[in-house]
Design a protein around this ligand. Structure first.
Ligand code: PLP
Length: 231
């Protein structure tokens, strides 16, 4: 099936479930993104700053770009003018830098806190306690140019279905707790970003509001001009 066909299939399935589709276009050429765009998709996820910046300059201006990969503080400035949502905030230090760069650009940048739910030590993210501590801190309260609109998590790779389900459920329970404790009156705190090509159905059953699907739409990842930011 073509990219456009894949996309339309996902769009109708996800629209019915009331879940937003983030088309993960990392390592895909601009042409492939344009095909998806022309089929009606306008939200794309990238995990490398340089790749996102280059594609943003080349592609239609009304595309909403989500950063879904680890972000180094020294690179925030490159995406601050245009990024729609930073899904991968994993430290207060990073949030402070995003706030600073957002202020320089006279805007508020929406962010998700990336929460560590996988049973692996290779994934970035905040522990549950760290997320709560961040939200309670005075430094956080002082940030006026960022807005936390939810949380994001990546389940363990190749896990049994039960474990994946449990990880997604934990993330949803944490979301509900944070919502009740810190954002009860804020409608903008509403996103639980979880689910990828291999596990999006489980994520939706567990309460995902936003799934990030790459290979099932675009096929194999192609270009690898850039090294992922490893810190
Ligand atoms: C690559 C990536 C995805 C998409 O993965 P697929 O398995 O290709 O759907 C989703 N989320 C994050 C954070 C990713 O890095």
């Amino acid at each position: 099936m073509s990219i456009a066909d894949n996309l339309l299939k996902y769009k109708s399935e996800l629209d019915q479930a009331g879940v937003q589709l983030i088309a993960v276009s990392k390592y895909q050429e601009a042409d492939a993104i344009l095909e998806a765009y022309n089929a009606g998709q306008s939200v794309f996820g990238e995990n490398i700053v340089q790749e996102m910046v280059e594609k943003q300059a080349q592609l239609p201006a009304d595309i909403a770009w989500h950063l879904i990969g680890h972000l180094q503080t020294n690179k925030v400035k490159y995406i601050a003018p245009f990024v729609k949502l930073i899904q991968s905030v994993d430290s207060l230090k990073l949030l402070i830098e995003i706030n600073k760069q957002a202020a320089k650009n006279n805007r508020v940048i929406d962010c998700l806190l990336q929460i560590y739910i996988a049973d692996e030590d290779t994934k970035f993210g905040l522990g549950f306690d760290e997320a709560i501590e961040l939200l309670r801190s005075e430094e956080f309260a002082a940030l006026k140019n960022i807005r936390i609109t939810g949380i994001m998590g990546i389940a363990s790779n190749n896990a049994l279905e039960k474990q994946t389900r449990d990880e997604f459920t934990e993330l949803k329970v944490l979301f509900d707790g944070i919502k009740a404790s810190f954002f009860r009156k804020e409608d903008s705190f509403r996103e639980v970003s979880m689910g990828m090509s291999g596990d999006y159905k489980l994520a939706i059953e567990a309460g995902s509001t936003m799934v990030r699907i790459g290979s099932n739409i675009f096929g194999k990842r192609k270009i690898k001009h850039y090294k992922a930011d490893e810190n």
